[in-house]
Design a protein around this ligand. Structure first.
Ligand SMILES: C[S@@+](CC[C@H](N)C(=O)[O-])C[C@H]1O[C@@H](n2cnc3c(N)ncnc32)[C@H](O)[C@@H]1O
Length: 226
């Protein structure tokens, strides 16, 4: 019989590992319960949307009409692709970027890349072929670690990069919609964008879970370049 080295034997989990495993079990059960009880999840499945997030964009559009007349959209953090589905259905050219892959969809160029890197930005530029987008959507969210302040800051960094991208790339007359966490940064972002748009407003769509600190910033009709 071959000798088994002691380092190859499965080790007993340490106390810390047990706690993490137990927490994960509780949080995934909560997640599953929330999904099963959620009318938006059922509605998304019934209507063929890839995610319940679709309703957030639809509700934002119902209030602000951000989709009408748009021709070219950049969708930051696009996976699994429900926002892109809505834009493609409205006949826009869609460039979507996400670190995760997306299933093919007619009219959409998916880029499996990290938006925070030079390579990700270059891939978006190449896919746009020198044209400026007239709509930029950002629903990027960092992976959570379960610590609300840290999670908020990690997603804030992504939103800050999206705001910079918008100021250097969005066409005159264009709109910007971004997820943003209510941790004080939402007011800073509003101030930063206000001089460049006709109207900048925060809005929490009814389908955004009330217990979540997520809200959306909507910047309408860009008036001037940097
Ligand atoms: C809430 S989901 C987006 C849902 C999407 N709006 C839809 O309708 O299907 C957030 C996405 O942000 C993506 N993301 C996080 N960090 C990113 C990064 N650095 N670059 C690109 N995508 C990122 C995640 O992979 C995740 O798919």
């Amino acid at each position: 019989m071959p000798q088994v080295m002691s380092s190859a034997l499965p080790k007993r989990p340490t106390k810390g590992q047990k706690i993490i495993k137990k927490r994960l079990k509780v949080s995934s059960k909560d997640w599953l319960r929330r999904q099963l009880d959620d009318p938006y999840v059922r509605k998304a499945q019934a209507l063929g949307y890839r995610a319940r997030a679709a309703f957030k964009l639809l509700e934002i559009d119902e209030k602000f009409h951000v989709l009408a007349g748009r021709t070219r959209v950049v969708d930051l953090g696009c996976a699994p692709g429900s926002w892109a589905q809505i834009c493609a259905k409205a006949k826009m050219t869609v460039v979507g970027i996400d670190v995760l892959p997306c299933a093919p969809l007619a009219g959409v160029k998916w880029l499996e890349d990290d938006f925070t890197t030079e390579a990700g930005l270059a891939a978006v530029a190449l896919a746009l072929g020198g044209h400026a987008p007239d709509l930029i959507l950002c629903d990027m969210a960092a992976n959570t670690v379960g610590h609300a302040a840290t999670d908020g800051l990690r997603t804030q960094q992504l939103t800050e990069l999206a705001v910079d991208y918008v100021l250097s790339h969005l066409a005159i007359g264009g709109h910007f919609v971004t997820k943003i966490f209510m941790n004080g940064y939402e007011n800073e972002a509003k101030k930063q964008l206000a001089p460049y748009f006709e109207r900048v407003q925060l809005f929490k769509p009814p389908s955004s879970r009330s217990e979540s600190r997520e809200t959306f910033l909507v910047a309408l009709r860009r008036t001037k370049l940097l």
